[in-house]
Design a protein around this ligand. Structure first.
Ligand SMILES: [Zn+2]
Length: 434
């Protein structure tokens, strides 16, 4: 009806058009520039910090950073002048789609009664929770049903959901049996819901190619959960295939021969490595190999027990982890933070649980600067994303977090993260701020 029609808005005059045009050409580009006033910027690569910095963000990337950066007119200003700003955190060993059952339940329990869809939804839920608390990149190393985490990554990359950068492994590759033991033959090889059985170098090659085909950004092998384990040649086949495709190899391994073989074959990271000797740590250091120690806090181990026989008893494992972490740090092995959090606790998010690992690193005598480096710069290097993330430098993605206290004086201050930016998007702001 005519009466519903609004009158035309008055057309802009030539004068206002000219003014708008001048504003547009005055700014470096037509995109909105964000200007962060940072009280202190922490550089984990150097273990140093700088006061009163300005960070300009445009198109999701850091355009400028420094003390005398001019804020262009029209930029949206984010006031973090009372905060400490660090690169977004990275966890190099997650299982976002998995929650293990409590006590000594059979390890298979968690995947026998949950669909890949439910696992994917859990993965997205956890990924968003941990992003909100500061983890802007995750390396998810398997146990994600039928490539459920690969789909979580695709959904985030498509922009359907806000989430962290995810690098996932696809299915875990292992000698026959995956991480199952003593399953009667009658049941069949049902662990293949979660694992690819691969025995001999050619089967390992095929498994690596299968995962790469489905989008894996890292290859994960489980080396020693059975009385038999991978040979040097089997590891070499995995390394050869993965490196040819430009992606690293992560190996779940605890001890002994399997550990020697993985180090000799030149894999990229040892995951867990609970029984690493000083000699083995020395060889890892010489090769520039990473340790992703998954240094479980005792209270988490008490919930998961032996994980159905996969782990030693908590009373044995907990002190061993602290001792191995202390030795690895003393010897100077490169370390990337990886939590391997696989439990839920009422009233606590998965990120709360990931921060529980900080106490273990402190107890092992690792200084806050080295812990923060393992959670940012080092992890980015292991994940091969260091040209994009893990540092606050011009040209890198604007993945950054802030907190109202100095993480270099107490690493537990990471729990106070109240500002999160992911690829230039504000995920979270301090309450009460504009
Ligand atoms: Zn794990």
């Amino acid at each position: 009806m005519m009466s519903d029609m609004r009158p035309f808005k008055r057309l802009p005059t030539m004068k206002t058009l000219a003014a708008a045009f001048l504003l547009l050409i005055a700014s470096p580009s037509f995109a909105q520039v964000l200007a962060i006033r940072a009280g202190t910027v922490v550089d984990p690569a150097r273990g140093s910090s700088a006061k009163d910095q300005v960070i300009l963000v445009e198109h999701g990337k850091i355009l400028r950073i420094g003390p005398k950066v001019e804020i262009p007119p029209g930029a949206e200003i984010i006031d973090l002048s009372k905060e400490w700003v660090t690169p977004g955190l990275i966890d190099a060993h997650t299982h976002m789609t998995l929650t293990e059952l409590e006590g000594n339940a059979p390890f298979e329990s968690f995947y026998l009664n949950q669909s890949s869809t439910l696992r994917g939804l859990r993965g997205m839920h956890n990924a968003q929770l941990v992003l909100n608390q500061g983890f802007t990149t995750l390396r998810d190393v398997g146990n994600s049903a039928e490539y459920a985490m690969s789909d979580v990554r695709r959904a985030i990359d498509a922009g359907w959901f806000l989430g962290p950068t995810i690098i996932d492994s696809g299915k875990i590759i292992a000698p026959f049996g995956g991480q199952s033991r003593d399953i009667p033959p009658r049941q069949g090889a049902f662990w293949r819901f979660e694992y690819i059985d691969a025995d001999g170098p050619e089967e390992v090659r095929k498994a690596v190619r299968t995962n790469i085909y489905y989008g894996a950004g890292v290859i994960k092998l489980v080396a020693d959960n059975n009385p038999y384990h991978y040979s040097i040649d089997e590891f070499r086949a995995a390394v050869d295939e993965a490196h040819r495709a430009g992606i690293p190899v992560a190996v779940h391994v605890y001890s002994g021969d399997a550990l020697d073989n993985a180090i000799e074959a030149g894999v990229d990271s040892i995951e867990h490595g609970f029984d690493l000797t000083d000699a083995q740590l020395g060889r890892m250091k010489a090769k520039g190999m990473f340790l992703v120690g998954t240094d479980f806090p005792r209270k988490h181990l008490d919930i998961v027990g032996t994980s159905g026989g996969i782990l030693p008893e908590p009373a044995v494992l907990a002190p061993k982890i602290i001792d191995r972490l202390r030795r690895a740090h003393r010897i100077g092995v490169r370390m990337a933070f990886g939590s391997d959090t696989v439990i839920d606790m009422p009233g606590r998010t998965r990120a709360d649980l990931m921060f529980d690992y900080l106490a273990v690193w402190r107890e092992a005598g690792v200084p806050p600067a080295d812990i923060l480096k393992a959670m940012t710069f080092n992890a980015a290097e292991l994940l091969r994303v260091d040209k994009e993330r893990g540092s606050l430098r011009e040209g890198l993605s604007a993945d950054l977090v802030a907190m109202p206290a100095d993480p270099l004086s107490d690493i537990e201050n990471l729990r106070k993260i109240d500002f999160v930016m992911k690829d230039g998007k504000v995920v979270r702001k301090p309450s009460g701020s504009r």
